[in-house]
Design a protein around this ligand. Structure first.
Ligand code: HEC
Ligand code: HEC
Length: 402
């Protein structure tokens, strides 16, 4: 809940971002093969062995040297790398061989830190099995807390300085003084335009700009088509090979043609969470997306928020931050499960404007352990005609480094 301030974090996190898809950048800057196929493009590498067409492949069938993080889909493996980098505040080359920026196969090269990290996975699993009933209670972050060398001695600075609330803490402490969920959600629906206006907004198309590590931190044109309750397609235009994201209720993922593994399908809590993200554009849908709520207080950008932690059995909790002053949803924090514990995903909404009687956010910022996407919307057209095909998974085979 409370956390010590860490100055170095922003700078360190930025390094992580730049490194993550380093291989992708290089690829996108390398001369393009003659006559690129029209999108969706044919894959560069053969289909991943062992993965039936359409099923998310396991990491060991896609990567070259997976020894301990086996039996999980590629997206969860990548999120475990996010946990490693974030928990130790190292960028990818902090553990991996320096040549990863030009050769994606170099991620498979063992280094002393990689060997050590493999041992740590085994140690962590043993601790959790022996002392925590197999729950992922002790994670890389539990010990490392942003430090490659965990500190054995308590900190007097921490003990005697002001504690700062961290809204990405998985631990949640309900506050009995906080208002009940029904009241907070009713106010949210009212502040967003009221049930009547919300009921008549069932889809929209948004255009604006996207800036992220995948676009080398430059703004590129962005488009989204969204349909209630949980379908969404997004595109960031980077030239011949646009970045795509798709969410159709049953499947979700991203297709970034210039990266070593272009199609990454979202699974587990990531798939469930992407539905919640879409519902956050439709307040009445979001309000009924959870079995129970715990209530507390938080803070976003120096302003007090009322936090409703939405809970569905067996799924990631979702912390919904409602601005105490306006009642609007300004932050959503959820978690993605990895073999090394949960990693946070945070979405911030701001710049609310009126669209067909509904208060819609025109700034969406998505932050996770290995990247950040900043979306600025210029125009939203309500209730556009959409068809199912727009939300479908791009029809490309899964690819492998093997
Ligand atoms: C704390 C050290 C550490 C950091 C930081 C780290 N990794 Fe890893 N990485 C590992 C370990 C350990 C393995 C091997 C896992 C196994 O054997 O199951 C690995 C394996 C991989 C692989 C599979 C390579 C192959 O072909 O077998 C990829 C891809 C990868 N990491 C990507 C990344 C990315 C991207 C980042 C930066 C966000 C990153 N890693 C940061 C330790 C790290
Ligand atoms: C129970 C506590 C604990 C957990 C859990 C833990 N570590 Fe460690 N780790 C340590 C300690 C203590 C050290 C420092 C050992 C030393 O000083 O040589 C360390 C060292 C390391 C190092 C070597 C750092 C260096 O300076 O080169 C790596 C890499 C590492 N851990 C990765 C991980 C990863 C990845 C995870 C999660 C899978 C993890 N650790 C989980 C306690 C932990």
């Amino acid at each position: 809940m409370t956390f010590r301030a860490r100055r170095g974090f922003v700078a360190a996190a930025t390094v992580v971002i730049v490194c993550l898809l380093g291989a992708g950048y290089e690829a996108s800057q390398a001369p393009k093969p003659a006559a690129p196929a029209p999108k969706p493009a044919a894959p560069a590498a053969p289909a991943a062995s062992g993965a039936a067409q359409g099923q998310p492949p396991m990491a060991e069938n896609v990567y070259l040297n997976v020894q301990v993080l086996k039996g999980i889909p590629v997206d969860q493996f990548n999120d475990a790398m996010g946990m490693f980098a974030s928990a130790l505040l190292l960028d990818c080359v902090g553990c991996h061989h320096g040549t990863i920026t030009s050769d994606p196969k170099a991620f498979a090269i063992s280094t002393p830190r990689i060997e050590r990290a493999r041992q740590m996975v085994v140690m962590m699993n043993n601790i959790n099995r022996l002392y925590f009933g197999g729950q992922k209670r002790v994670t890389c972050f539990t010990c490392h807390a942003g430090d490659p060398t965990p500190e054995p001695s308590p900190s007097l600075r921490l003990q005697y300085s002001e504690l700062i609330t961290d809204t990405t803490s998985f631990e949640f402490f309900p506050d009995i003084a906080a208002p009940p969920a029904e009241k907070v959600l009713a106010r949210y629906i009212e502040a967003s335009g009221g049930a009547k206006a919300l009921a008549s907004l069932r889809s929209f198309a948004a255009t604006g700009t996207y800036l992220g590590f995948e676009t080398s931190d430059t703004e590129v044109p962005f488009e989204a088509v969204v349909r209630a309750p949980e379908q969404r397609a997004e595109k960031a235009e980077t030239g011949a090979n646009d970045l795509l994201w798709y969410f159709n209720g049953n499947q979700a993922g991203r297709y970034h043609p210039d990266t070593p593994i272009p199609l990454i399908q979202f699974t587990g809590w990531s798939l469930i969470g992407s539905k919640i993200d879409t519902k956050s554009f439709f307040p009445t849908e979001l309000a009924k997306a959870f079995q129970t709520f715990q209530m507390g207080y938080g803070e976003v950008e120096g302003k007090e928020t009322i936090v409703a932690r939405g809970i569905n059995k067996g799924e990631s909790p979702v912390n919904l931050h409602f601005d105490s002053a306006t009642g609007l949803l300004v932050r959503l924090v959820r978690w993605v499960d990895t073999l090394a514990g949960p990693v946070p995903v945070q979405i911030d909404y701001s710049d609310f404007r009126d669209v067909a009687g509904v208060k819609m956010p025109f700034a969406w910022t998505r932050t996770w352990t290995n990247g950040q996407g900043i979306i600025k919307i210029k125009d939203i057209r309500p209730n556009v005609q959409v068809n199912d095909a727009q939300f479908a998974r791009p029809n490309v085979p899964t690819t492998s480094l093997r």
